[in-house]
Design a protein around this ligand. Structure first.
Ligand code: GDP
Length: 663
């Protein structure tokens, strides 16, 4: 059944984990007859938590979509994960919605992710409503909760459907808009504020019609000046009809919602040519499922689309699909306002904008997903999986924008990056479940480097006389510290032809090889000038391989005399925390060999910048989380290399000597 766009409601359920988003959607599906049985999170039978790991942990990790019909209206219900570690999914889902339904646990109130969800929804201009769920739970303190909500989000949050009783006595809601209700006046006043004509009428006549009131409320909700609150118990299916009624009567559909804007500020109107945005990609056994929100126009299946974000070529579409959790229903047409799946196209990514060939040219902004904060090195458990690992990781990366993979060419490790260890472990577990590729993980190696702090000089003779042809080469060279970042400078300063020029490339090669392996601790050697100034040849036994070995040997010996030292990578770190944590964070940074780089106050909190050695940051994500109860975020970029203090270098050098004695 298809509903016209003015009768559609696209709702993202956002908020803290455990507030009951999945259960509320389940209750809506049941109340509207979309399901015949109320699914349960604890029994693993809900429509929107269908992935095995979601059932096992009883939490949403991924976005899922379901739909329902309610009194002639179509509802697209988007379930988003509430864990901060999986917030990228929620960030992307917002792209699909016109309405954010912020679900709050009546007992625990406003949580970190409630605030994040609010911020996200307001930034994207979504109309917001608040559902206060778990009204049936013990220890609900309603007045304190309302005070907390209004303190966090303003007096614009007002009861539309107020609970009758709490806890075991909760028996559904009363209509705060009913004539005579003390709340009605406040709502009417907020509603008439949105429209001058309405305000005039109200001031003159002291009343407005229900129709006018509904129009005023819609305008207030759309502008964010009014935020309806509704109480529910999803488990007992109480208040759920009220949520539906508020959605139908007062919340904007695709035609009434604030219009989207392209990256160049172009306004997208629903009546324009076909334009849609991908907000989720799931890759299953039958290829990619690209979840899209249609923003304007229409498209028919078995036609063509183009990806405007990548300027890719035209691609043929198959039947579109409408998701009901995991179940799919074929669709032959997409219309502005629709949320649907474009299956099988492998070139789409989350955030991409698509249009019809020769059609709309507006590219929509991509979701701003949080930066990964944790890195782990992974190795396949079985050697047989080595070739399968990269494609398996690439697939995960396409599905999850906050998961990244890269090979570190310096340490030769395969690195995965994500929001937290829990996030990475969940993603890697998913890989094992789906592709049978299993990995072990550990903290990544730090890419230390070697260099020298003084000059050195050595002469090395390589001579081999075994059986047939011998090998002979002798090289004398100097090593001189070079500027940081200069890498390697090679100079031939031989005068008088002690070594012929044709052997120089072989000598240089020997040195380069020694530099790649490292001399004292097994790390890449950098920032050295090498001057070859003398040597000796043998008329028969001299050959390239001999000079290569002599070059290598001379370099290693010269380095040993030149005060070899280790360099460590230093990162520029930017930490954002609520102001009250600033002191703790600064104190902690001081213990991490950091150099402060300044501090700013922003809307998001205090931003602290510091240069910190990478080695001091390997578990920073967990430490920051515990220092700030999960509210701090940070990101870091490589800044420069600096000398590693000798007391930190010594154990690394000793470990290498033990592992490679005699070198
Ligand atoms: P989500 O993480 O926000 O999607 O929350 P879920 O829907 O997964 O619910 C979290 C837990 O709270 C589950 O154990 C639910 O059974 C329980 N729950 C959800 N809604 C209610 C409710 O209205 N009352 C009570 N008492 N428990 C609820």
């Amino acid at each position: 059944m298809r509903h016209p766009p003015d009768r559609l409601r696209n709702v993202a359920f956002v908020g803290h984990a455990d507030s009951g988003k999945t259960s509320l959607i389940e209750a809506i599906l049941h109340r509207t007859g979309a399901t015949t049985r109320l699914g349960s999170v604890t029994a693993g039978t809900t429509v929107t938590d269908f992935e095995p790991e979601e059932k096992a942990k009883q939490h949403s990790f991924y976005t899922a979509v379901a739909h329902a019909s309610s009194e002639g209206y179509g509802l697209n219900l988007i379930d988003t994960p509430g864990y901060p570690d999986f917030f990228a999914e929620a960030t992307c889902s917002i792209l699909a919605a016109d309405i954010a339904c912020i679900v709050v646990n009546a007992r625990t109130g406003v949580g970190l992710n409630t605030r994040k969800a609010w911020k996200l929804a307001s930034k994207h201009g979504l109309a917001r409503m608040i559902v206060v769920n778990k009204m049936d739970a013990d220890n609900v303190e309603l007045d304190a909760l309302v005070a907390q909500l209004q303190e966090a989000f303003g007096k614009r949050c007002v009861w539309f459907r107020r609970p009758k009783g709490v806890g075991a006595k909760y028996a559904g809601n009363e209509d705060a808009l009913a004539p005579g209700s003390d709340q009605r006046e406040a709502i009417v006043e907020a509603a008439v504020e949105t429209d001058e004509a309405l305000m005039e009428k109200y001031l003159e006549q002291g009343a407005i019609s229900d129709e006018e009131l509904a129009r005023g409320i819609l305008a207030g909700c759309r502008s964010g000046d009014l935020v309806p609150m509704v109480a529910t118990s999803a488990l007992q299916e109480l208040g759920v009809d009220d949520v539906l009624e508020v959605l139908r009567r007062y919340m904007p559909g695709p035609l009434d919602a604030a219009p989207r804007k392209g990256v160049k500020g172009e306004v997208v109107r629903p009546e324009g040519p076909f334009l849609a945005q991908v907000f989720k990609v799931a890759i299953g056994d039958h290829g990619a499922q690209n979840y899209v929100r249609v923003l304007s126009g229409e498209a028919t299946s078995h036609g063509a689309i183009v990806n405007l974000s990548t300027e890719g070529k035209e691609e043929r579409t198959h039947d579109f699909q409408r998701p009901q959790g995991k179940a799919l229903e074929p669709l032959d047409k997409l219309v502005a306002g629709d949320i649907a799946i474009i299956p099988k196209l492998d070139t789409l990514h989350t955030g991409d904008t698509i249009s019809a060939p020769g059609g709309a040219q507006v590219v929509l902004p991509r979701p701003e997903v949080p930066e990964p904060m944790v890195s782990l090195a992974v190795t396949p458990k079985s050697r047989a999986d080595e070739t399968k690992l990269r494609p398996a990781l690439d697939r995960l990366q396409r599905e999850d924008l906050s998961f990244q993979t890269a090979r570190n060419e310096e340490t030769h490790e395969l690195i995965v990056r994500g929001m937290s260890t829990l996030h990475l472990e969940t993603v890697l577990h998913r890989m094992k479940e789906r592709t049978k590729v299993e990995v072990e993980h550990h903290l990544p190696r730090i890419a230390y480097r070697e260099t020298i702090r003084a000059r050195g000089d050595a002469r090395y003779r390589h001579k081999k006389q075994s059986g047939g042809a011998g090998e002979f080469g002798e090289v004398a060279l100097r090593v001189i510290p070079a500027e940081r970042g200069e890498g390697f400078v090679f100079a031939n300063e031989v005068v008088g032809g002690a070594i012929s020029g044709s052997y120089m490339p072989a000598i240089e090669k020997g040195i380069v090889e020694a530099m790649q392996e490292g001399v004292v601790a097994g790390f890449r050697f950098v920032d050295v000038r090498v001057e070859v100034y003398d040597g000796k040849e043998h008329p028969v036994d001299s050959k390239e391989v001999a000079f290569k070995k002599a070059g290598r040997g001379a370099f290693r010996q010269a380095v040993e005399q030149a005060k070899p030292a280790l360099l460590e990578p230093v990162m520029l770190v930017e930490i954002t925390v609520p102001e009250q944590h600033t002191g703790d964070i600064m104190g902690d940074l001081a213990r991490r060999r950091s150099q402060p780089q300044g501090m700013d106050q922003t809307d998001d909190g205090t931003v602290i910048r510091a240069l910190v050695p990478e080695a001091e940051l390997q578990t920073y994500s967990q430490d920051l989380r515990s220092m700030t109860s999960g509210e701090g975020v940070f990101h870091m970029t490589f800044d420069h290399y600096e000398f590693l203090p000798p007391d930190k270098a010594a154990p690394l050098i000793a470990a290498h000597r033990r592992a490679a004695p005699g070198e």
